[in-house]
Write a protein that binds this ligand. Sequence first.
Ligand code: NAD
Length: 329
Amino acid sequence: MKALVCGAGGFIGSHMVKRLIREGYWVRGVDLKYPEFSPSEASDFIQGDLRNQQLCDQVFHLDGEPIHYDEVYQFAADMGGAGYIFTGENDANVMHNSALINLNMVERCVQHGVGKVFYSSSACIYPARNQVDPNNPLCSEDTAYPADPDSEYGWEKLFSERLYGAFLRNYGLNVRTARFHNIFGPEGTWEGGKEKAPAALCRKVIQSARAGEIEVWGSGKQTRSFLYIDECIEGVRRLMNSDVTEVINIGSEEMISINGLAELISEMSGKGISIKNIPGPEGVMGRNSDNRLIQELLSWQPSEPLRAGIERTYAWIEQQVAAATAAAV
Ligand code: NAD
């Protein structure tokens, strides 16, 4: 089996490469960059820009001959955490870059008769009006319309969901689409402005002195759920192995406030850290995965407690911080 992983230098893509290799696939990775934290395990890796038509053509050839992919995983996107998506400063790039990648890829997948293609959408497509109450967000798949995402990132994801859906209907492209809800874990970005809440909070706690204070954006009352990377990959593989062409959530239903997450990490560290809420991008007030559809269609849903994944992530970020500190001395 041959697979192409777009975004193979990123967090989820690099984990998917490892999983597919373990399952015996020949895997080609493509990304602007190589994975940051460990060498790619891909059988073949092309460093290049998927906005570029020629590069996309190159990706579908090997030694001058067209290559047939049984599966394509499309994870490449211009994205980051709240500090990247909700400030407004990156809106044009986020929309333009990710839409171009998807326009190029969906066309190539049809031209080259790809067996199946996975598209990674996001919980950010859900309407802002259903995510006002932190204790009662509504994110079942059928509530996506009338559309009103709270970010341009969400609008691009919705456009691309529809793009892949249209290619499925008009060209018979065998598409699987999932809406990811806050995926986290080792080898995810942990500093630099594109990191998400779990990694940012782990880093802040690790870098804080005993009985110190960390800053948390917004009121801290906004709720989210977070899914550990291994369960995300498991969900995608199950979806790819199924006949399910409906767009489904892949996320955890264990909802927690952002302050609650900070407290969990503080408690885990044993440092007795206190929280200071400061103005900052916070997104919608409540969001949680709704797993009724995935359970019904795949007879499976993520089940690992948040704490277990946070423990592993905390330990990994602790190593990164120690290595960065040692390198700076
Ligand atoms: P990531 O930023 O780590 O990975 C995306 C990769 O795409 C990066 O390595 C980046 O270099 C690459 N890329 C960007 N522009 C490119 C281009 N023009 N050509 C080639 N490569 C390019 O993000 P991730 O967390 O691994 O997310 C993977 C996918 O899942 C993305 O589409 C993202 O929107 C989606 N998603 C992620 C989450 C999450 O919580 N991580 C949640 C919802 C949706």
